[in-house]
Structure formats: structure tokens, C-alpha cells
Design a protein around this ligand. Structure first.
Ligand SMILES: NC(=O)c1ccc[n+]([C@@H]2O[C@H](COP(=O)([O-])OP(=O)(O)OC[C@H]3O[C@@H](n4cnc5c(N)ncnc54)[C@H](OP(=O)(O)O)[C@@H]3O)[C@@H](O)[C@H]2O)c1
Length: 251
């Protein structure tokens, strides 16, 4: 780890662990788990774009401010780390919502607000620490391994998104059993891919904030994958029995 843990990153990590436990018992109410009791709602696409745009914006604003706006002080590996984060969110906030089949779907305002807080803190902490960290050694085994994991995770996430999208025709809102890719082994390869991306990023960045973000990603996505898996088994009598939730053969 190239930077010290601060009370902020420690407290934020502790909250991730607490959130993990809460989400094991209470599924975040959006998508298939949405109930009528989650309060006021807004169009899903609008909520998604707003909440996901916050993260790269704060990364660049806080990172830029920490540098006194002297982006020229950064080395190429620094810029790569900023670039990977921003590229991920250009897809997640600017492309994914326009490809997703979300006809008439609405999102609880509560979900959007909690995701904004999540992205605000993670974007800010990561922008600050990436800007201040010493230049990463782009040739080190850790940096290369992390980069490989990030790319692998991105590929799995994108492939899984395509498979899910093809399950619905435009205007359709139903659910079907996904097949192909890593769906042969697990119910939520999109979540596994996302997780590998952020573990890879944390290895490359080697900062407490990046490690904390990987922890938060697991805190959000592992309980949700378990809930999706249970839901599939309840909905589809023919659901493949050997399929696990999120880690092939294990979980
Ligand atoms: N970093 C983090 O902490 C974090 C947190 C949350 C999400 N994410 C990422 O954001 C992305 C979306 O998350 P999500 O929770 O919305 O994923 P999801 O529940 O797997 O849904 C993804 C999309 O596919 C549709 N879909 C899912 N299963 C389907 C099926 N069996 N048949 C037909 N359509 C299906 C969903 O429709 P519906 O919306 O109508 O269900 C949605 O449009 C994921 O890649 C995830 O990794 C990251």
C-alpha cells in the first residue's frame, strides 16, 4: 500500500462491512426486487444516469483540485488509472442505460440518493488518493496483474450484459434463464466481472481508497447475487441445478 489509511477510509470500509451484513437480509429494492413500498420513484434511466455520473465527475474534480489543476504533474500510469475509472463510468452512465431494456421501469428515489452518496464518497476518495500517490511502476508484476484482472473483468461484464439484453425484445419486461458465457456456471457473471475489475484496479492503484471501493463492490454485489440466485430458483423449476450464484463451483 503506497498511502496510509486515514480515519476516513477506515470508517468507509467499516461501513461497507456493515452494509454487506444488512444487504444479506434486506435486498436493495430495484429491478426484480423492487417492491411497492420503497417510496417515491422516478424513471429508471434518469436515476441511473444521474447517480452513475457522480462518480467520474467527483474523481476528476477532487483529483484535479488536489493537483492544483496541474494534470501535467501526473505520469502516464497515473493517467491510465484515472482513465480506466472514467472509461468504466462512460460506459456505465452514458452507454449502458441507453442499451438496457427498461421500458416503463421506475427507480425508487431512495436508491438513487443512496447510490449518489456511494459514488460521491468513492469518487472523491479515489480522486484524492490517485492524485497524491507516488508514480506507479507500470512495469511491476502487481501493476500488470491488476491491469490483466481489470480487462478480464470488463470483458466478462460486457459479455454478460449482452447476454442479458438479448433475453428481452424491445418493449419486453419479462425475465428468462440466461445461457452461455459464464452463465453456464453462475447466475450473476456481470457482478463477478464488475468485482474483478475493481480488484484489478485496487492492485494497480495500491491505495486504501481503491481497496475500499473493491470492498464496497463486494458488499453490494455478493448479497445481490445470492438474492438473484434464490429468485431464479424460485421462479424457474428448470433452473440449472449445478449453477452457483457468483463464484463458479463455490458460492
Ligand atoms: N460497483 C457496484 O457496487 C455496483 C452496484 C450495483 C450495480 N453495479 C453494476 O451495474 C450493472 C447493473 O446492475 P443490476 O443490479 O441492475 O444488474 P442485474 O440485476 O443483473 O440487471 C442487469 C440488466 O439486465 C436485466 N436482466 C437481468 N436478468 C435478466 C433476466 N434473467 N432476463 C431478462 N433481463 C434480465 C435487468 O432488468 P431489470 O432492471 O428490469 O431487472 C437489467 O436491465 C451490473 O453490471 C453491476 O455490476 C455495480
Amino acid at each position: 500500500m503506497v498511502l496510509f489509511w486515514t480515519p476516513w477510509t477506515l470508517a468507509w470500509s467499516a461501513l461497507a462491512v456493515l452494509t454487506f451484513v444488512v444487504l444479506l437480509f434486506r435486498v436493495a429494492p430495484y429491478g426484480r426486487h423492487q417492491t411497492g413500498s420503497a417510496g417515491p420513484t422516478l424513471p429508471h434511466r434518469v436515476g441511473w444516469i444521474v447517480m452513475e455520473t457522480v462518480s467520474p465527475l467527483l474523481l476528476l474534480l477532487v483529483g484535479g483540485r488536489a493537483l492544483g489543476w496541474h494534470w501535467d504533474l501526473l505520469t502516464a500510469p497515473h493517467l491510465l488509472l484515472f482513465g480506466l475509472w472514467v472509461a468504466h463510468y462512460i460506459y456505465r452512465a452514458g452507454i449502458y442505460p441507453f442499451l438496457a431494456r427498461w421500458k416503463n421501469r421506475r427507480m425508487p428515489v431512495l436508491i438513487m440518493v443512496s447510490a449518489i452518496v456511494f459514488n460521491l464518497v468513492n469518487g472523491s476518495l479515489n480522486g484524492f488518493e490517485l492524485a497524491l500517490r507516488p508514480p506507479p511502476d507500470a512495469g511491476s508484476p502487481a501493476f500488470l496483474l491488476g491491469g490483466g484482472l481489470f480487462v478480464l473483468g470488463l470483458a466478462i461484464n460486457l459479455q454478460s450484459d449482452v447476454i442479458l439484453r438479448r433475453l428481452r425484445r424491445p418493449g419486453d419486461r419479462g425475465y428468462a434463464i440466461p445461457e452461455g458465457g459464464l452463465y453456464r456456471w453462475i447466475s450473476c457473471p456481470n457482478y463477478l466481472g464488475e468485482y474483478l475489475e475493481w480488484v484489478g484496479f485496487a492492485i494497480m492503484a495500491a491505495t486504501p481508497a481503491a481497496l475500499t471501493f473493491a470492498l464496497w463492490t463486494a458488499a453490494n454485489l455478493v448479497p445481490r447475487a445470492l438474492a438473484h440466485h434464490r429468485w431464479y430458483r424460485q421462479q424457474f423449476a428448470m433452473y440449472p441445478r449445478q449453477r452457483k450464484a457468483v463464484i463458479p463451483l463455490i458460492l
